[in-house]
Design a protein around this ligand. Structure first.
Ligand SMILES: NC(=O)c1ccc[n+]([C@@H]2O[C@H](COP(=O)([O-])OP(=O)(O)OC[C@H]3O[C@@H](n4cnc5c(N)ncnc54)[C@H](OP(=O)(O)O)[C@@H]3O)[C@@H](O)[C@H]2O)c1
Length: 335
């Protein structure tokens, strides 16, 4: 059993902790918490061992009534690997992992150089095998990489242009906007997302642009891809066959990102999580050499399976498809 700890129990960390508990080859050693908020009490209710980064935090949590198992060094003593899910504090935390000799997975808010390897299971699983540090890329990059890899293998992508319509913030965050505007983010083009895709798919000729809109549940990407073989049927078949990509049909009523979230809720996914990229089937069209599509990305959950596979690769599993299949099965994905 690989003993996994989670540092940062927020949007991503909570999901990864639950996903680790579902793996037959992993156990959750514990998580790190600084603030005695309701998440600490919910974790305690779920029986998740709670650790603190320092004695001051421990006092704070214990005074509030949270049961604390120990400090960071105690957690590391019972872990093989830590998944850093901090709000972009990976650079601050890395020296702690280095001095404890801990393997660490970082998230997409960190820069590529923090680990030297960025990861999307379907693209470059083997690069992570046995590594000390790996970064799982962001939600947007994960979605782009899954779909670009699938289509590149099937119809050959010569170049691509992607427009990302991004949710403003996560559902519980009431401190951020926009509330009543659409914001080019950034105004200066292109956006950084294409460079991030190239950390897992070097040489991919891609340009990205992004805007922020006042929603909280999903991103929507519009892709235009110049392809070697402009065959929409072949592209659809490849997307249908690829793991972690689902096709949604607008004629069945899947007309918005909200409908995709409803799908995840209705099939009983925890928190209504959609780990897969949701491609609108009718949007996959060819005109001349160009292939077009729309896809939805559930920002809170899409990187969860990637983190599980990344832990497996770093701790020695060399078979990418075995790991992907095990993760998919335990998280309730059909493919
Ligand atoms: N949210 C998304 O949609 C999304 C999607 C993909 C990737 N990511 C990436 O995933 C990472 C985590 O994002 P998130 O949205 O999950 O974060 P988050 O929800 O904003 O916060 C995570 C938690 O980390 C704790 N924390 C604060 N300082 C910390 C530190 N120095 N070290 C460890 N934990 C600390 C905080 O709880 P306590 O104060 O109680 O410890 C906080 O609640 C980021 O790199 C982000 O870019 C996020």
């Amino acid at each position: 059993m690989v003993r996994v700890s989670v540092n940062g129990y927020g949007t991503i960390g909570r999901r990864i902790a639950d996903a680790v508990k579902l793996q037959p080859d992993m156990e959750l050693a514990g998580m790190v918490k600084r603030t005695p908020d309701y998440w600490a009490f919910l974790a305690m209710q779920k029986g998740i061992p709670i650790f603190c980064p320092d004695p001051a935090a421990r006092t704070r949590l214990e005074r509030a009534g949270v049961k604390v198992e120990g400090l960071l060094e105690d957690l590391f003593a019972r872990s093989d690997i830590v998944v850093d899910c901090s709000p972009e504090k990976g650079e601050e935390n890395k020296p702690l992992y280095e001095s404890a000799g801990m393997k660490a997975v970082f998230q997409g808010g960190e820069v590529h150089s923090i680990a030297g390897v960025s990861f999307v299971a379907q693209c470059n699983y083997l690069e992570a095998v046995g590594r000390q540090y790996v970064r799982v890329v962001s939600c947007n990059t994960t979605a782009l990489a899954r779909v670009l890899k699938t289509l590149d293998d099937a119809v050959g992508v010569e170049k691509g242009i992607a427009t990302l319509v991004r949710r403003a913030t996560d559902p519980e965050d009431c401190a951020k906007g926009p509330i009543d505007s659409v914001v080019p983010d950034p105004v200066e083009l292109p956006s950084h997302h294409a460079d991030d895709v190239r950390t897992v798919m070097p040489g991919m000729d891609l340009t990205t642009m992004a805007v922020k809109v006042p929603t909280t549940h999903m991103h929507l990407h519009a892709l235009a891809l110049k392809v070697k073989e402009p065959d929409a049927g072949k592209a659809v078949s490849a997307l249908l066959g690829a793991p972690r990509i689902l096709l949604f049909e607008s004629k069945k009523g899947y007309r918005s990102t909200a409908n995709m979230i409803n799908y995840a809720r209705e099939i009983g996914r925890p928190r209504g999580d959609l780990y897969e990229v949701g491609v609108w089937k009718e949007s996959v069209k060819v005109e001349g050499d160009w292939l077009y599509l729309f896809m939805g990305v559930h920002q809170e959950s899409i990187v969860v399976p990637e983190n599980i596979d990344c832990v497996r690769a770093m701790t020695g599993e060399e078979d990418a498809s075995r790991s992907i299949q095990m993760t998919n099965k335990t998280l309730g994905m059909v493919k």
